[in-house]
Ligand binder design. Structure first.
Ligand code: AMP
Ligand code: MG
Length: 315
């Protein structure tokens, strides 16, 4: 059952509790309403993709209370720090290297070694983050393909019964998504225009925003190869051939042993939560991976989309 409640400080505590237990909460921010899950919980993050009905795994933005919290999960260069000091809290998302050795979900980054981070200005979002004490991941709170929600009722229209709680704090102040930039050494790249102007960013950075040079992030949402393992993948394999590692899904046939299993119980949410971790681990173990068939339904669409890209020949 989805609870729909006006925002109050008590409700922020309840939202943080639900998030800490792996729940999904619609949280108001000043840009658009976000569909939030604990950014350290792979299974909760997998539920975001399931609730949105996304056919592919786009990396998600993590939301932090302040720059200090950002620094626990991402590496903040001097230029990134300068931009954060000028525009946080606010409608600026910074794509930064993931800090090594954290519990941050790999699914949040869709397997990339970077993570997108934003510090929202909205009071309700701030209160939830303060109570949670760690970041939540949140894309816009709408079904894939429907328009971005700037009121709680918009989110309720497409996500009712898919989330645990919807917090209503009235219309969003900005109403468009954040501006996303990647900070790379002394350069900045515009990944998505949004609520903060290019001019304001360039003024503070002291350099021009470049067009990204690398193909996978030229157009947000249209990334060709977020993450590909080094190993060669053979898809729809019922059993591994000699010399192949085996990424299984569901029960394995007798005499076949799985090197890793995405979900022994054939649960697609669990499989999505394990996908990037298992691929990273298998990649370190060998150079040929046989992958069991994954049903083409629900989250299976996004899993298969990712596996097909990972298996595709590349330069
Ligand atoms: P949304 O899910 O609607 O909030 O959009 C988030 C967008 O952020 C995605 O479409 C990505 O293009 C972008 N994004 C998030 N993380 C990264 C990342 N690590 N590298 C590049 N782009 C990212
Ligand atoms: Mg969106």
């Amino acid at each position: 059952m989805t609870e729909f409640a006006p925002y109050t400080p008590e409700m922020a505590l309840k939202a943080a509790d639900l998030l800490a237990q792996g729940g999904l909460v619609v949280v108001p921010t000043e840009t658009v309403y976000g569909l939030a899950a604990d950014a350290t919980n792979d299974n909760a993050v997998a539920r975001i993709f399931e609730a949105k009905g996304r056919p592919s795994f786009n990396p998600l933005i993590i939301h932090v209370e302040n720059a200090a919290m950002a620094g626990e999960w991402a590496e903040i260069s001097p230029l990134a720090e300068k931009l954060a000091a000028a525009f946080w809290p606010g409608a600026l998302t910074l794509v930064l290297p993931r800090r090594a050795g954290t519990r941050l979900s790999r699914l949040v980054s869709a397997g990339l070694d970077t993570v997108a981070v934003r510090c929202p200005a909205s009071g309700p979002a701030q209160a939830v983050l303060a109570a949670l004490g760690r970041p939540f991941a949140a894309p816009s709170a709408n079904r894939s393909g429907s328009i971005s929600p700037t009121r709680a009722t918009h989110a309720a229209k497409t996500l009712s019964d898919k989330v645990d709680l919807i917090l209503d704090a009235g219309p969003c102040d900005i109403g468009v998504e954040s501006t996303i930039i990647r900070v790379e050494g002394g350069q900045i790249y515009l990944l998505r225009p949004g609520g903060l102007s290019v001019e304001a960013i360039e003024r503070v950075a002291g350099v021009r925003l470049e067009k990204p040079q690398w193909p996978e992030i030229q157009a947000p949402g249209m990334m060709e190869s977020h993450y590909a393992p080094q190993a060669r993948l053979r898809l729809d394999a019922l059993t591994p051939s000699p010399g192949e590692l085996f990424l299984a899904f569901g029960p394995t046939p007798e005499n076949v042993s799985a090197t890793r299993n995405l979900s022994p119980g054939s649960d697609l949410t669990e499989a999505a939560a394990n996908l990037f971790n298992h691929l990273h681990e298998l990649d370190a173990l060998g150079d040929r991976i046989a992958v069991a068939p994954i049903p083409e339904e629900g989250l299976g669409l996004a899993i298969n989309d990712r596996l097909r890209r990972a298996a595709a020949p590349r330069p």
